[in-house]
Design a binder for this molecule. Structure first.
Ligand SMILES: NC(=O)c1ccc[n+]([C@@H]2O[C@H](COP(=O)([O-])OP(=O)(O)OC[C@H]3O[C@@H](n4cnc5c(N)ncnc54)[C@H](OP(=O)(O)O)[C@@H]3O)[C@@H](O)[C@H]2O)c1
Length: 329
């Protein structure tokens, strides 16, 4: 490996290290980009929706890059779309957080494109550019062979491929496999809190007994940051879980009551859950799908001997779900 590309080193004579964060505009991404910027990294964030994330361009040493093809930009001013290879020049760290919970179609191709093809393209470009370090966001339950859903199998395949590729091309790969992630701006507790507001007293719920170990976004970001220069994490995969396990019904109940709309959560039988998924996957934004339903059939919890992240959901959820917290925003 070229010495100038060594992990922990930098391509920049002034000593500032450069990271490219794919998916850096998302819920986890914004937190990670902020953390890297605070640690004096130059952070490049490509986005298909740069105009929606203009505020990030004002963060210290963050470069927001509009990835729309010329003429399709949602920014007023625009230059030619840079290639990934160009973005990765002089880069010390590539992070891939890109992921979707639902695809536009129904045959798994959308998941393959976003999870597998994008990972392959990013890592191939990283090798060409001599990037020495790669952090990969996978998901708890990701399983190439036995995934219960297109989401889980495509995530598993991307994760396995990244590790094989890293070994072959001397890129230090670390992947993270979180259970559901909570924190300000999450789409999990916030969504259930929003739905609870619309429900008249009773909250009918598919797969109410599905199990999760929700993990705090701040803890997830800390693990990413701590791993960057830690050789013990190279080549490793980490399940990330919070301190406690909950059923989906319990989580919905917490989201509803914390947001000031306590509801009686009633689990739907499987036949009705299937029907709900079939109907909802045709609604705009696909709020629920048969693929989501399939993922929910496996517990999304860590093994008993797995290290647990410290932050409790009960301590953080009120800071962004409680009615007074929502008013402050
Ligand atoms: N949130 C959770 O509970 C959770 C749990 C387990 C694993 N994960 C994984 O963690 C990662 C981040 O999750 P998140 O909640 O932060 O997701 P998010 O808020 O939905 O953000 C997704 C990001 O991916 C980018 N993206 C989406 N589709 C893309 C595509 N086709 N091409 C290029 N970029 C695309 C988006 O960027 P632009 O729109 O700006 O281009 C956005 O920045 C994902 O891989 C997810 O699977 C999340």
């Amino acid at each position: 490996m070229d010495e100038s590309h060594a992990v922990g080193g930098t391509h920049d004579p002034r000593g500032q290290r450069r990271a490219v964060v794919l998916g850096g505009t998302g819920f986890v991404g914004r937190r990670l980009v902020r953390a890297l910027s605070e640690r004096d990294w130059e952070v490049v964030v490509p986005s298909r929706h740069a105009a929606r994330h203009r505020d990030m361009a004002l963060w210290p040493s963050v470069v927001l890059v509009d990835m729309n093809p010329p003429g399709r930009s949602d920014l007023a001013t625009h230059r030619d779309t840079p290639e990934l290879a160009e973005l990765l020049e002089r880069t010390d760290l590539l992070v891939n957080l890109v992921g979707i919970l639902n695809e536009r179609g129904h045959d798994g191709e959308g998941f393959k494109r976003v999870h597998i093809k994008l990972t392959k393209a990013a890592l191939r470009a990283a090798v060409d550019a001599g990037v020495p370090r790669y952090l990969h966001m996978s998901a708890l339950g990701a399983d190439e062979e036995n995934g219960a859903s297109h989401y889980q199998s495509s995530k598993g395949k991307a994760e396995n491929w990244a590790h094989r590729f890293g070994r072959k091309h001397e890129i230090a790969v670390t992947s993270f496999r979180p259970s559901v992630i909570f924190g300000p701006g999450d789409s999990f507790l916030n969504r259930f809190a929003g739905l609870a507001r619309l429900m008249p007293g009773v909250f009918p719920l598919a797969c109410a007994s599905a199990r999760f170990s929700p993990v705090y976004v701040g803890d997830v970001v800390s693990r990413f940051v701590a791993s960057i220069d830690d050789p013990a994490t190279f080549g490793e995969r980490y399940d990330l879980c919070g301190p406690h396990d909950y059923s989906l019904g319990e989580l919905v109940s917490v989201a509803a009551s914390t947001s000031g709309h306590p509801r009686w959560v009633v689990g739907l039988p499987m036949w009705l859950s299937r029907l709900q998924a079939r109907v909802m996957e045709w609604l705009p934004g696909k709020p629920f799908s048969r693929d989501n339903l399939a993922s929910l059939q496996r517990p999304n919890t860590c093994d008993p001997d797995c290290r647990r992240e410290p932050t409790r959901l009960e301590d953080v959820a009120p800071t962004y779900l409680a009615p007074d917290a929502r008013k402050r925003r």
